[in-house]
Design a protein around this ligand. Structure first.
Ligand SMILES: NC(=O)C1=CN([C@@H]2O[C@H](COP(=O)(O)OP(=O)(O)OC[C@H]3O[C@@H](n4cnc5c(N)ncnc54)[C@H](OP(=O)(O)O)[C@@H]3O)[C@@H](O)[C@H]2O)C=CC1
Ligand SMILES: Nc1nc(=O)c2c([nH]1)NC[C@@H]1CN(c3ccc(C(=O)N[C@@H](CCC(=O)O)C(=O)O)cc3)C=[N+]21
Length: 283
């Protein structure tokens, strides 16, 4: 029997806990604040930003969406970030990616106060994650949400082999770090990985984040594996689908997350959770 990892349901549980914490903070007169900065008119980004704003508002988090024109200069965008760095009502700052060409995303992210870096993209927080340092610091929300999904299965991770397909700063790399920090053996693969299928077939936990629709097929997975599909792709009919051939893989694996309704809702729930974390840590 294959388990479908219901990200929507798990996100509800995470959101309920977040809402409870917001209520507790409210009794002390504290309202967590999230600033989402969106530059230009990317339609996909607009949907994600709207979803984040709606969820934050539902949970009692103050959400500011700052929409800026694609013509903004690096210096002007830095000034916006610095304003939110100074604003005591804002605990989390997020710059929606991708930024329009001409803007230096790394420079902007590095200007965010690391204590308000709700995406966990600042080099200081990235470094802490990779070093597995103790203490409180934000971590990239998609991988953190995936760890919550894996833990919800109540199967031991320690000593097992995790394979990550994709090595982006937002998903693949921090995902690898968190799996390693969970005492798994860990392999990160990418476009240039030779015999990719031979590697993915050894994965007890397989996380796929490539943006290539249905890259992973039944022949590429180990029987009984746990498969997490991060992809947000379009199939031939324009329908939202993942990086894993869900129907083909389903019967072979032990557990699999669907698209939609898997990692996506957990990313947003984790973003809300981490906004409240940052608020509490700042007290
Ligand atoms: N649900 C959610 O919350 C989120 C979903 N996403 C989705 O996840 C997917 C990945 O996102 P992101 O990490 O930002 O994407 P990027 O485009 O930044 O990275 C894709 C990675 O996949 C690798 N890759 C591409 N093609 C292949 C291939 N044929 N075989 C092996 N590896 C390959 C690339 O390798 P190389 O480095 O060699 O080029 C790269 O490392 C997208 O569909 C995106 O929309 C992203 C963020 C959050
Ligand atoms: N600074 C920054 N931080 C991000 O976290 C970030 C980003 N930039 N850029 C883009 C990616 C992508 N991302 C998603 C969030 C939610 C869903 C989501 O809710 N997906 C729903 C479906 C949504 C739909 O129907 O289109 C689901 O999978 O069920 C998807 C993708 C966050 N990202």
């Amino acid at each position: 029997m294959t388990t479908i990892i219901d990200g929507k349901q798990l996100a509800k549980q995470v959101n309920a806990a977040t809402k409870e914490r917001v209520t507790q903070l409210g009794q002390r007169g504290i309202v967590p604040g999230l600033a989402v900065i969106m530059v230009g008119e990317d339609p996909a980004s607009a949907i994600y930003v709207r979803n984040k704003h709606r969820k934050a508002t539902q949970l009692g988090i103050k959400s500011i969406v700052r929409e800026l024109p694609a013509t903004i200069t690096q210096a002007e965008l830095l000034a916006v970030v610095q304003d939110y760095n100074q604003d005591p009502s804002i605990h989390g700052i997020l710059v929606q990616s991708p930024l329009p060409t001409g803007l230096d995303e790394r420079g902007i992210v590095a200007a965010i106060d690391p204590a308000k870096d709700v995406d966990g993209f600042h080099p200081l927080n990235v470094g802490k994650t990779f070093a597995n340092l103790p203490g409180n610091y934000p971590v990239s929300c998609t991988p953190r949400g995936i760890m919550t999904m894996l833990r919800s299965l109540n199967v031991p991770l320690k000593g097992k082999h995790a394979v990550v397909v994709g090595r982006s700063m937002i998903v693949g790399r921090p995902m690898g770090a968190l799996l390693l920090n969970a005492d798994m053996s860990m392999t990160i693969t990418h476009q240039y990985s030779e015999r990719l299928s031979d590697i993915t077939k050894t994965a007890d936990v397989l996380v796929v984040a490539t943006g290539v629709a249905h890259l992973i097929k039944a022949a590429d997975v180990k029987p009984g594996a746990i498969v997490i599909d991060v992809g947000m792709d379009r199939d031939e009919d324009g329908k939202l689908t993942g990086d894993v051939d869900f129907d083909g893989v389903f019967a072979k694996v032990g557990a699999i997350s669907p698209v939609p309704g898997g990692v996506g809702p957990m990313t947003i729930a984790t973003l809300m959770q981490q906004t409240v974390d940052l608020c509490e840590w700042s007290e």
